[in-house]
Design a protein around this ligand. Sequence first.
Ligand code: HEM
Length: 115
Amino acid sequence: MKLRTGTLLAPLAVLVLTALPLSGCSGASAPSASASATLTFSLADVAKHNTKDDCWAAVDGGVYDLTSWISLHPGGPDKIVPLCGTDATTAFRNQHDSQSKPNDQLAQFRVGDLA
Ligand code: HEM
């Protein structure tokens, strides 16, 4: 009896598990499509975000919103604030070059590409 229930339930479980991602697909398609579109900003766009409360910077062709990172930076907020609204490539590379932690951290703030 147990065996028969198992053999009946197994294909049912497969059906349910296959149907779940499919049913979720229609709702998820719109956000994933927009997430794949890369936004592009000019340096003039970046320059508009030049305060500690709204701080964007460009590094190596990427544009980053550093606002939330200013008070958390282990090297101090005073190192980040002057970068707001600028191309900070030289400052960032001079200090952190290819160190993995700063580069990983930076990647999390990416909002788009520099035009
Ligand atoms: C612009 C984006 C930046 C990001 C995302 C960033 C990120 C980080 C991270 C993740 C650390 C910790 C590293 C670790 O624990 O191994 C760190 C430390 C540090 N950063 Fe930055 N950094 C940035 C810019 C700068 C700049 C421009 C300077 C200097 C002009 C600077 C100076 C420092 C210093 C001195 C430390 C070491 C603090 C300590 O260990 O006491 N950072 N940064």
